[in-house]
Design a protein around this ligand. Structure first.
Ligand SMILES: [Zn+2]
Length: 449
């Protein structure tokens, strides 16, 4: 299921072309012998059996050779890409496709055209070596990872799917709970130790019964031929496998697990990187560590302590700031805002810009503490929303001020709504509200009322 999804994602846009190729080859009634896979080589001369245009695009061709060094996707390891060349023609192989027992090279024409090729002419097939090498690192490390997981988590660990590409490897396995950080690190340590042992990777072909008797790991439910390839890495790992591998474990380079997650009940997934990807990861981590140390102004080894210190300081400052803001308007802070005396009531207004409700409420409370009757209106941007809070002191309520009623009439005129009690109301208005206009309107409503 997972492999299927991966395949269709990888194939994605080529799918219609693949259908095309199938139809095309059906029509041609092609019946060549199985394409021979040149496992031990990265470049070989081959005999051209068929080159055919795919669809209407003359730059898109399907090529069948008698033999090929291109590995076709199988057992999680993705297909090779590369080139097919003659003196006059260069084709970029971007994908491979199985047709009967033939390997079809899907190519984009880089130079020349198919009419320059004749059946049975010689063509050089060469794979993208750097990419294949990266794929092989990730394949061999998949075997090491499986053995390490069995060691750390137990012998119940069985592979239930894998992806082996040049960028990373993915390994799905049966396990009933998430791996702990310590378990992940232990697997990383074991695998890296096995890499450093510089064990050669040995492949032996034997019959299936012999292979199973030798203790080689096999995939449950997988159909195997009577003769199978058994891949061993030192004493540590022995698996049935048809893929391609590095010659020596040391070629894998550093290994890191970058993801551990659940994908279904009882199935975990890990992703890991090796080789150049892992080197880049280390270099990035190194630079990150250096930057953090410079920001917190501490030695690299102590930079985490610096971050923790900053965090503690920040939460202390937040608390202090809240306290100071609340105190700012009580007692001595009465000068904040505009005060007017209308019909013996002090009408106070203030626009806060970016603020929080605590500050607006603290200001309102400080106004209510004034000896005279007070009607106070605060406007401010709270979390990006124009917020309105208003209150009246009890003396103002005694003078028939009803803030709730005023608010209910006031806010819709500014694209908002709200309401409340005689002595307290709140709501919000449109963000482009002009504070002075709202305060003037509030004043008119107050004098009318
Ligand atoms: Zn394998």
């Amino acid at each position: 299921m997972i492999d299927q999804q991966e395949k269709s994602r990888a194939g994605g846009k080529f799918e219609t072309e693949i259908l095309h190729i199938d139809n095309l080859l059906d029509k041609e009634k092609l019946d060549f012998p199985p394409t021979e896979f040149m496992r031990e080589t990265i470049s070989s001369n081959a005999k051209l059996l068929k080159a055919i245009q795919i669809g209407d695009d003359k730059n898109l061709v399907a090529v069948i050779l008698d033999k090929t060094p291109f590995y076709i996707e199988s057992g999680g390891q993705i297909s090779d890409i590369g080139r097919l060349k003659t003196d006059s023609v260069v084709f970029n192989v971007r994908n491979l496709h199985a047709y009967k027992e033939m390997i079809v090279h899907e190519c984009i024409v880089e130079k020349g055209n198919i009419s320059q090729l004749q059946s049975n002419s010689e063509i050089t097939a060469e794979i993208d070596v750097d990419r294949r090498m990266a794929i092989q690192r990730n394949h061999t490390v998949t075997h090491l990872t499986q053995a390490a997981l069995r060691k750390v988590l137990g012998p119940h660990i069985k592979q239930s799917g894998s992806y082996v590409g040049p960028d990373r490897m993915r390994f799905d396995f049966s396990h009933h709970k998430p791996m702990t950080d310590a378990e992940i690190q232990e697997v990383e340590e074991i695998v890296n130790e096995e890499i450093l042992k510089s064990n050669s990777v040995e492949t032996v072909t034997m019959n299936l019964e012999q292979a199973k008797a030798s203790g080689a790991m096999a995939l449950f439910g997988e159909k195997y031929d009577s003769d199978v390839r058994v891949v061993s890495i030192g004493e540590f790992s022995k698996e049935l496998c048809g893929g391609t591998h590095v010659e020596n474990s040391s070629q894998i380079g550093p290994f890191f697990i970058t993801l551990e997650t659940g994908i279904a009940s009882g199935v975990r997934r890990i992703e890991a990187i090796t080789g150049k990807e892992a080197l880049n990861y280390m270099l990035e981590a190194k630079s990150f560590r250096k930057q953090v140390a410079s920001i917190v102004n501490r030695p690299e080894a102590d930079s985490l302590g610096g971050v923790e210190h900053l965090k503690e300081q920040n939460s202390l400052l937040q608390k202090e700031l809240k306290k100071v803001k609340a105190e700012m308007f009580s007692g001595g802070g009465n000068s904040v805002g505009n005060d007017k005396v209308i019909n013996d009531i002090t009408f106070s207004t203030h626009y806060f810009d970016e603020t929080d409700r605590d500050i607006m409420t603290a200001w309102i409370d400080s106004k209510k503490e004034m000896a005279s009757p007070v009607f106070a209106v605060a406007l401010g941007l709270v979390g990006g929303k124009m917020t309105y809070i208003a209150a009246a002191s009890s003396q103002a309520v005694d003078k028939n001020i009803h803030i709730g009623k005023i608010t209910k009439e006031l806010l819709p005129q500014f694209g908002g709504r709200g309401g409340g009690k005689p002595n307290f109301a709140q709501g919000s208005v449109a963000n482009d509200t002009e504070p002075s206009k709202l305060f003037d309107t509030a004043q008119s409503l107050m004098t009318e009322g």
